[in-house]
Design a protein around this ligand. Structure first.
Ligand SMILES: C=C(O[C@@H]1C=C(C(=O)O)C=C[C@H]1O)C(=O)O
Length: 349
């Protein structure tokens, strides 16, 4: 099953790794790993979810708060930030998004339903691009609370909403955050320019301040009109031109990817990939950047584990300790919500 934007999708019909399917017919859930593996799943029954579709409230039991381990600990992460600054000084790159993957064992395999986790997240950390994909037979069990639009398509019109710049409050945001954002907007314009008609790529919003639960972000919007030659193969061409999303790689993208490969020690998986839905009949769709996203990994030899990623954009002005703190800020509330520790209080966003 899958859920996105108030819809629930059941009656699984087809599963394929070929994104060309997204330009055929039917309604598809899409999960693309940062490393490039794509699962597209076509569902036969897609309708607005009602109260009767709520997952069983006891379907989720999260890891204990102290059970999480990080692929990069504080020393390795801050060491990575210093190494990226050396690469910037050497002229290799302008910005790199350095991430870590957190892992915790799931305490009760019978209460490990990502749909029930999504319901918990919807209460404790509502997000504009939240969604669930639960296809255990295909290795996909994702509950996302993503605040970030990777790609939206409506006919020929495509848009992306790169986020860069994070603070506890708007007063924390500085020129450094704007600089990070503008670099990535340049990259996204260039990526979309590869599939859009000449002269159609615009930036209708640059560095808008958006509040999200527990933090604020700077969000830009980049929009364009698909070139005629790309219309029939829109999704395959869009993914080809823009994946992985610029906001979670860095600029220039190819150098940033090389440095990520050098410094990160765990695959990102669905984290930082593309997660969402495509309605091939209506030529619409919406994929989130897979941040603020949990996924279950049942690959042996360990028992089922829950994973979650957190990262930050590193530029020349970055301070290693502050970047580590940013990853903590991004993770702490969501980990607490998934552990059942976060009380939703009236006045809090
Ligand atoms: C990588 C993450 O965040 C990315 C980096 C951001 C930043 O540097 O401000 C903001 C949103 C994301 O594109 C994450 O949240 O894990």
């Amino acid at each position: 099953m899958a859920r996105f934007g108030g819809l629930i999708a059941t009656d699984l019909r087809d599963v394929t790794s070929d994104p060309a399917a997204l330009d055929s017919t039917g309604w598809w859930a899409v999960a693309a790993d940062f490393e490039g593996a794509v699962v597209c799943a076509r569902f036969g029954d897609v309708r607005p979810a009602t109260a009767a579709d709520e997952p069983a409230p006891d379907g989720w039991r999260g890891p204990a708060h102290g059970a999480w381990t990080s692929s990069l600990d504080r020393d390795s992460y801050t060491g990575g930030v210093r190494r990226i600054r050396e690469h910037i000084a050497a002229g290799d790159v302008y910005q790199v998004n350095l991430c870590r993957v957190l892992t915790a064992p799931l305490p009760d395999p019978d209460r490990a339903d990502v749909d029930a986790l999504s319901a918990v997240l919807a209460r404790g950390n509502p997000a504009p691009y939240a969604g669930t994909i639960r296809l255990p037979g295909h290795g996909v069990e994702i509950a996302s609370a993503s605040p970030e639009l990777y790609l939206r398509r409506d006919g020929r019109t495509v848009a992306s909403g790169p986020i860069k710049g994070t603070g506890r409050t708007a007063a924390d945001l500085s020129e450094k955050d704007r600089a990070e954002n503008v670099m990535i907007v340049d990259l996204v314009r260039n990526d979309l320019g590869r599939v859009c008609a000449t002269g159609t790529v615009t930036v209708p919003a640059l560095c808008a301040v958006e509040p999200h639960p527990g933090l604020v972000h700077l969000v830009s919007t980049v929009r364009g009109e698909l070139a005629e030659r790309n219309e029939k193969t829109a999704w395959a061409d869009l993914l080809d031109a823009t994946f992985p999303p610029g906001s979670v790689t860095g600029a220039p993208k190819s150098s940033a990817l090389r440095i990520i490969d050098e410094l990160e020690t765990a695959p990102r998986g669905p984290y930082c990939g593309g997660i969402g839905w495509v309605d091939a009949d209506r030529r619409t769709g919406e994929l989130a950047v897979g941040i603020r996203t949990f996924w279950i990994d049942r690959t042996p030899p360990t028992g089922p584990v829950l994973r979650f990623g957190a990262g930050a954009g590193i530029i020349w002005d970055s301070d290693p300790d502050r970047e580590w703190a940013e990853t903590e800020l991004k993770a702490s509330r969501l980990l607490a919500v998934a552990s059942g520790l976060h009380e939703v209080s009236g006045g809090e966003r």
